[in-house]
Structures are given as C-alpha cells and as structure tokens.
Ligand binder design. Structure first.
Ligand code: ADP
Ligand code: MG
Length: 285
C-alpha cells in the first residue's frame, strides 16, 4: 500500500443542520455546521460532550441524513453507507473467532478487488506498524485491550477508504495505553496519509494528532474555530512540552471553556463535568 491515499478524500460539509424529535419538540443538534477536510490531512474535531460530534460522524458515514445542507467527497454528494468511508469507534470489535491476521485480511478478501498476495503483504506491513507482528496468529481474547484497538485500526486501514472517521476510538483506555495508541495511530497516519477525521474530547490528544483542529460549539453544534497545527511531523511526545504546543492548548481551552460554560448554563451535566475538569487542569498546571 503506497501513500496514494493522500490525493483523495477531500470533504466539504456545507451548512448542515440536524434535529431530533424529543417528544413533541424538535431538538436541534447541529446548526448550520460547515467544515472542510483537506485531502490527505488529519483533521481533529473537539467539542463539549453532547455537542453533536457523533451525529456529525454518523452523517458523514451515511448512517444518518442531515435535515438540510450538503456534503461532498471529492466533489460527489455523500449518500448512504459505503466502503469508501470507514468508521472506527470505541465499541468497534474484532471478530473473536478469527486470528489477528485473519481479522485484518477479512475486508479486502471479501471485497475481491485485490490479489491475495498483495493483501497479505499489506496486512504484514500494517501488523509491523502497529507492533503486532508477533501476535498475528493470536485470537482477540489473547490480546490486551490496547492491542485489540491497534488491530482494529489496522483492520480499518487495510481497506484504504477514501475517508477514515474515528469517533473517540481511544476513550476508556488508561492514560498510558492511550498515549501509546496515539503514537501507533500517528505511525499509520504518517505512513499512509489517509484523509481522516478524528473526534476526541481530550485536548492533548487533539493537538498532538492534528494537522487542523476544529473546535465545536455547545449544542446545537457548529464549528466555531479552525486552528492549523503546524508542529512538524513525525510528531513525537516531547512536542507536548514545547511553547508552540502550549500556546495552541491555551487558545483552544479558552474557547472550549467558554462553550462549556454556555452549555452548563443551558443545563448540561456533561458540560459541567467538562468545566470542572478544565478548572482542575488549570490548578494542576
Ligand atoms: P457528542 O458525540 O458530541 O457527545 P452526540 O452527537 O452523540 O454528541 O449527541 C448530540 C445530542 O443529540 C445529544 O443531546 C444526544 O442526546 C442527542 N441525540 C443523539 N442521537 C439521538 C437520537 N437518535 N435521538 C434523539 N436524540 C439524539
Ligand atoms: Mg460522541
């Protein structure tokens, strides 16, 4: 698999709105949301809990339809679910009855568009990149949680989708495993240059990964700020202490804090938790 993915997958989201019926009321979740995902780039979306991030991912994946507005990928309108857009989320699971290797080659094997040799070569390369070469013949139950998540990333990546959608894929992992996951994910991304939208509610993760950081408002969600992150690649953990990095973090947190307060005033417990976490962070340093 060469780094050809970089030239495809440009996404333009134009003014999409979405409401859900809650009893007799219509609750707006996305409000005239606009964003662009440049081809071959890693865009990270961050926003307070409940602001509509997963709704946006579901719309991009084709699982849900917006009430209004348009979305195109490489100029073509997005319809229903398609193998050119893949979603990885926290609950994604490997097939328990297949080995790691079998899980990874499964997608392209059933698609029958590529030669078996080529698929196996790709799978071996991906296993190497995510540090699972020695575990190719193990079953998911024989892998740690972090290893399973790495195998899931490799399984998605081998399909060479036009667009990778990642909805808080590392949520629920302990801090050390999470940091390791970020590094493996970066290795995959920096190797393939696959157009990706990564959703997180964790600011360090967001800046560490992103080419562009999109900040979302409290519900009804809309992108309120697009911050280019010009830290060089490959990204390394020591960048997390650079002045440049801290400047990004301060700017993003100021905006997010304001949004979380708005949501808190609107009665969201999740936003209240976010404000609390933010304030703890400030006292810790
Ligand atoms: P996030 O991923 O940013 O935490 P979501 O997109 O999951 O936010 O949800 C945004 C809001 O939409 C939440 O208030 C949620 O309760 C509501 N919501 C999401 N899906 C549905 C649905 N299928 N029906 C009704 N309300 C929904
Ligand atoms: Mg979500």
């Amino acid at each position: 698999m060469e780094k050809s993915a970089g030239s495809v997958g440009k996404v333009v989201v134009d003014n999409i709105s979405k409401s859900y019926d809650v009893g007799r009321l219509k609750e707006p979740v996305l409000d005239r949301c606009c964003l662009t995902l440049p081809a071959g780039q890693l865009t990270v979306l961050i926003g307070p809990s409940g602001c509509g991030k997963s709704t946006l991912i579901n719309i991009l994946a084709g699982y849900e339809k917006p009430d209004s507005g348009s979305i195109t990928i490489d100029g073509a309108p997005v319809g229903g679910p398609s193998s050119d857009r893949l979603v990885v989320f926290q609950e994604t699971a490997l097939f328990p009855w297949m080995t790691t290797f079998e899980n990874i080659v499964y997608g392209p094997t059933v698609q029958r568009e590529r030669l078996r040799d080529e698929i196996e070569k790709d799978a071996a390369g991906l296993l190497e990149t995510v540090g699972l070469r020695e575990f190719r013949n193990k079953y998911p139950s024989q892998l740690s949680g972090g290893m399973q998540r790495r195998a899931e990333l490799a399984r998605a990546m081998i399909n060479q989708p036009r667009l990778m959608l990642l909805d808080e894929p590392f949520r629920g992992l302990d801090a050390m495993t999470r940091e390791l996951m970020q590094e493996y994910f970066l290795r995959l991304y920096e190797d393939k240059g696959q157009t990706s939208l990564f959703v997180t509610s964790e600011i360090d993760e967001a800046i560490f990964l992103a080419d562009t950081l999109l900040l979302m408002s409290a519900r009804p969600g809309r992108v309120i700020k697009s911050m280019p992150i010009t830290l060089p690649r490959p990204r390394v953990p020591s960048m997390l202490t650079s002045t440049e990095y801290l400047r990004y973090k301060e700017e993003a947190l100021d905006i997010l804090h304001e949004e979380a307060l708005k949501a808190f005033e609107g009665g969201s417990q999740a936003a209240a938790d976010f404000v609390e976490a933010y304030e703890e962070r400030e006292t810790v340093g």
